[in-house]
Design a protein around this ligand. Structure first.
Ligand SMILES: NC(=O)c1ccc[n+]([C@@H]2O[C@H](COP(=O)([O-])OP(=O)(O)OC[C@H]3O[C@@H](n4cnc5c(N)ncnc54)[C@H](O)[C@@H]3O)[C@@H](O)[C@H]2O)c1
Length: 275
């Protein structure tokens, strides 16, 4: 067996939600570079147009469609369109997400508490928005994927969760930890159900990556330093670093792996003793 062949996704049809930026764009790039036909679904029309044009010019088989993944009807229609056009749907990355806003403490080693962000003062709307996107839309995506994958007896679904699914981050709104850990448990539940039909469901739990999330605030060197202080490896990561793990989970290289959440976080989720 040629090991490299097991990582091939040539001829496979893939969807990446939130594919026009950051980690989603990295997933799309590595799939396309290894021969998949990739459809990016994203609500940012300008970024979508720019990235699809660039990837096509580089010789890749990439398409884009604008939608809000929390719009169930639009999401179902987009998945149906890809499966109809390609005659198959092999790989889905349910990745779209947003910064949930600040938590009860600042992003600093001291983690000073911020009275204005106490849970007693939290509004419903931001909570509902984060849960709708980072939990409900993951369910819509897994459901839509399963409709196409189960009948063919093959498929790989990969959900982007977060270190927050493993350890709540005091500097991030609690909605994020709740939605992301809910998504992680949904991954396990769906994996058990779909296993007998050879549809695998896994999660990638990133630590701090330099992307455009939260208006790209992590590009600010000072913010980067504060994130890095919480990472045992002492740094943040670039989106390219997630590509090998994404290709592994998408391809037959992980043919016996399902229901797993793999952290890629420089050790940020390790339960370190404080002495
Ligand atoms: N960057 C990090 O440090 C980090 C850490 C942990 C988890 N994550 C998760 O990674 C995923 C990707 O985030 P990123 O950091 O690449 O951010 P990003 O902002 O660079 O990219 C997210 C993309 O999702 C799209 N999007 C947002 N809401 C959408 C919606 N309702 N419908 C369709 N598209 C939508 C955006 O337009 C954008 O193109 C998210 O789920 C995020 O929670 C990121």
């Amino acid at each position: 067996m040629n090991l490299a062949d097991t990582f091939s996704v040539a001829g496979r049809a893939a969807i990446v939600t939130g594919g026009a930026s950051g980690l989603g764009l990295a997933f799309a790039e590595v799939l396309a570079a290894h021969g998949a036909s990739v459809t990016l679904l994203d609500m940012d029309a300008a970024a979508l147009e720019r990235e699809v044009t660039r990837l096509v010019a580089e010789g890749h088989d990439v398409q884009g469609a604008q939608l809000d993944v929390t719009d169930r009807a639009a999401l179902d229609a987009a998945f149906d369109a890809v499966a109809g056009r390609q005659g198959r749907l092999d790989i889905v990355f349910a990745n779209a997400g947003i910064d949930p806003g600040p938590g009860f403490a600042t992003l600093s080693p001291a983690g000073e508490r911020v009275d204005a962000h106490r849970i007693e003062a939290a509004e419903d709307a931001p909570w509902l928005k984060v849960v709708d996107l980072s939990l409900n839309a993951v369910f819509y995506s897994i459901r839509a994927a399963a409709r196409h994958m189960r009948p063919r007896g093959t498929g790989s679904i990969v959900v982007t969760t977060s270190v927050s699914a493993l350890r709540p981050a005091p500097a991030l709104n609690a909605s994020y930890a709740a939605a992301k850990s809910g998504a992680a448990q949904l991954v396990r539940a769906a994996a058990i159900e779909l296993a007998q039909d050879n549809v695998r469901v896994n999660a990638i739990a990133p630590g701090p990556f330099v992307t455009n999330i939260g208006q790209g605030h992590i590009r600010d060197p000072e913010v980067q330093k504060r994130f890095a202080a919480g990472v045992p490896m002492g740094r943040v990561a670039l989106p390219d670093e997630v590509k090998p793990l994404a290709l592994y989970l998408a391809s037959d290289a992980s043919s016996f792996v399902t229901g797993q959440q793999i952290a890629i976080d420089g050790g940020a989720s390790l339960p370190a003793a404080r002495f």
